[in-house]
Design a protein around this ligand. Structure first.
Ligand code: PBG
Length: 364
C-alpha cells in the first residue's frame, strides 16, 4: 500500500498482461513455425552409409541414398528447406578443391536424387572450398612462390610434385586465400549446383565480391531464378569446432582470420559487409554464428532491405546438448528461448541442427 501510494504511476501494472496464458498469447510479438527452420545435412560419397557425428549428437554423415530417405522424412514432417554440406574423402582432396567440380560428388548426387524424387523442400547448398581442399582453407592459396611467406608441407596431395620446400608452420592469421581465383571457381561451382537442382546458393567462404561473381555466373548460364543466400557476416569463430570435425575441414595450418571477420569489430563493419553483398545481388544475407552475435543480427537486419537469416552453429548446438545431457538445463525450454531470441533480433529464418526437433516440439 505504501509503495503504490508513493509510486508515480499507480494505475500502471506491467503484470496485468502477464496474468494468464490467454493474455500472454494475445500480446506475444514473436512466433515460430516450421517454415522458420533450415536443416543442415552432411552428405558423403558411398551407399547405405550413416555415420554418427560424435561432437554433434543426433547428426550423421549420410550417403546420398540415405540422405534422400532423410529428406523424404523431413518433407513429410513439414520442414521447408535444407542445406547440404559435402564431406569429402581425403583421396578426393587436392590443393584447389577440384572434387567440388565433379558432377558426381555427394552434394550434386543428392541434389539430383531429391529433384528426381520430387522432394518438395528448398534445396540450399553451402558453397565453399574448405570441404574440398587438402589444406582445408576456403579456396586455393595465393601465389605459393611468395618467398616472404614460408609454406608448410601440404598433406593429402596426390600425384604432382610439390612446388615448394617444406617450411615451418604459418604464423596464425597469415594464410591468404587467392580471392580472384576463388570467386571465379565459386561461380562455376554455383552453376554446377544449379544444374543439379539447387534452389538457393549459399556462399560461405567470405571472399570479397563472391556474390557478384556468382550472380554473374548463374545468370550467364541461364539461372537468373536461383536465389543467393550470402553468409555475408561471418566471424572467425571457435564455435565452428564440431562442424569442422564433422566435415574434416579444420585448416591443416593457420586459421581463417584473413578472410572471416574479427569479432572485436562492431556492427558498422557487419552492415558494410551485408550492404556490399546486397549491392552485388544477394537476395538474403546471413549472420553467423548466432547466439554470441545477436547484437550484430539486430543491426544488420535493421540496416539491409533484404531478409536476414541466422545460423545457430555447431558449437552452439553441442553446448546445449552437453548441458542437457548433464541435466543442467531443460533442453526444449532453452532452445525455444534462443529461437525466439533469433527471431526477435530480426532473423527471418534460422539454420539449425535443431530443425527437425523444433518441428516436433512445435507440434506438441
Ligand atoms: C564452410 C562452413 C563452415 C560452417 C558452415 N560453412 C565452417 C567454417 O567456416 O570453418 C560452420 C557451420 C557450423 O559450425 O555449424 N566455410
Amino acid at each position: 500500500m505504501i509503495l503504490s501510494m508513493t509510486h508515480p504511476h499507480p494505475y500502471i501494472h506491467m503484470r496485468r498482461l502477464r496474468r494468464s496464458d490467454l493474455l500472454r498469447d494475445l500480446v506475444a510479438e514473436t512466433h515460430l513455425s516450421p517454415a522458420h527452420f533450415v536443416a543442415p545435412l552432411f552428405v558423403r560419397r558411398g551407399e547405405n552409409l550413416r555415420r554418427p557425428i560424435l561432437s554433434l549428437p543426433g547428426q550423421f554423415q549420410l550417403s546420398p541414398d540415405l540422405a534422400l530417405d532423410q529428406l523424404s522424412e523431413m518433407a513429410a514432417r513439414g520442414l521447408k528447406a535444407y542445406i547440404l554440406f559435402g564431406v569429402v574423402d581425403a583421396d578426393d582432396k587436392d590443393e584447389v578443391g577440384g572434387h567440388a567440380h565433379d558432377p558426381d560428388n555427394a552434394v550434386c548426387t543428392t541434389l539430383r536424387l531429391a529433384r528426381d524424387a520430387g522432394i518438395s523442400m528448398l534445396a540450399i547448398t553451402d558453397l565453399c572450398y574448405c570441404e574440398y581442399t587438402s589444406h582445408g582453407h576456403c579456396g586455393p592459396l595465393n601465389n605459393p612462390l611468395d618467398e616472404t611467406v614460408p609454406r608448410p608441407r601440404l598433406s593429402g596431395r596426390r600425384g604432382e610434385k610439390r612446388r615448394l620446400p617444406t617450411a615451418p608452420a604459418f604464423k596464425s592469421g597469415q594464410i591468404t586465400v587467392d580471392n580472384q581465383a576463388t570467386i571465379e571457381l565459386l561461380a562455376k561451382q554455383a552453376v554446377l549446383h544449379a544444374q543439379a537442382g539447387a534452389d538457393i546458393i549459399a556462399p560461405s567462404g567470405m571472399m570479397d565480391h563472391a556474390v557478384g561473381a556468382i550472380r554473374q555466373g548463374l545468370d550467364a548460364a541461364g539461372f537468373n531464378d536461383k536465389v543467393i543466400l550470402s553468409y555475408a557476416v561471418k566471424y572467425a569463430s571457435s564455435f565452428y569446432g564440431p562442424f569442422r570435425e564433422a566435415t574434416g575441414t579444420t585448416p591443416q595450418f593457420g586459421d581463417r582470420r584473413s578472410y572471416q571477420m574479427d569479432f572485436r569489430r562492431g556492427s558498422r563493419e557487419a552492415i558494410r559487409e551485408a550492404m556490399l553483398d546486397v549491392q552485388e545481388g544477394a537476395d538474403i544475407v546471413m549472420v553467423k554464428p548466432g547466439l554470441a552475435y545477436l547484437d550484430i543480427l539486430r543491426c544488420v537486419s535493421d540496416a539491409v532491405p533484404v531478409p536476414c537469416a541466422a545460423y545457430q552453429v555447431s558449437g552452439e548446438y553441442a553446448m546445449l546438448k552437453a548441458a542437457a545431457a548433464a541435466g543442467a538445463i531443460d533442453e526444449k525450454q532453452c532452445v525455444m528461448e534462443i529461437m525466439h531470441a533469433f527471431r526477435r533480433a530480426g532473423a527471418s529464418f534460422i539454420l539449425t541442427y535443431y530443425a527437425m526437433q523444433m518441428i516436433d516440439w512445435l507440434s506438441e
